[in-house]
Write a new protein. Structure first.
Length: 172
């Protein structure tokens, strides 16, 4: 289980530090069945940011997302794996920072495809990628590369009780 090695309370109003288990448990429960939009921000070769909405799922304590090999995000990640992913969860806004690397392991691909299928997207594994009869237009044509985010830092701002704002650091 991914646990932070350090936390910092960012709240200015006296709220307690938020536990990492709060967003982690919501990610576990709500992906892929809740209507969540994740935004992945990558870095272009010239240093400018690029953001795109993606379908993502939390599986085995990690965030996975997809992209066609010719999409800007996939081309950016091939050169520079640094990225950030943002999402509004039930009661808490969350930003995840880290590195995304392509997943080609057949067992992991199948495990993640099964979670996508549970949410209604009929993903299957084809070679070292995912395919399906349809996807979001921004994903590009199939097959789609699967990426796993290696989490370095996360920031959560709770808009529901208990309120608070916390940064969790995952790398020493």
């Amino acid at each position: 289980m991914t646990n932070p090695h350090a936390t910092k309370n960012l709240d200015r109003y006296g709220s307690a530090e938020l536990p990492w288990s709060r967003p982690r448990d919501i990610l576990t429960e709500d992906t892929p069945t809740a209507d969540l939009t994740f935004f992945v921000t990558t870095v272009r070769p010239d240093g400018r940011p690029h953001s795109a909405g993606v379908g993502a799922v939390w599986v085995d304590d990690a965030l996975y997302f997809k992209g066609g090999p010719d999409t800007r995000r996939s081309r950016n990640l091939a050169v520079n794996p640094a990225c950030a992913v943002s999402v509004r969860l039930r009661g808490i806004d969350l930003t995840l920072e880290g590195e995304a690397h392509r997943v080609t392991d057949p067992a992991t691909l199948e495990r993640v495809a099964a979670v996508y299928r549970k949410g209604g997207w009929p993903a299957t594994v084809e070679g070292d990628a995912l395919t399906a009869p349809f996807s979001a237009p921004s994903a590009g044509p199939p097959p789609w590369h699967l990426y796993r985010l290696t989490l370095h830092r996360a920031v959560g701002v709770a808009g529901a009780e208990p309120h608070g704002a916390t940064r969790w650091d995952f790398t020493p």
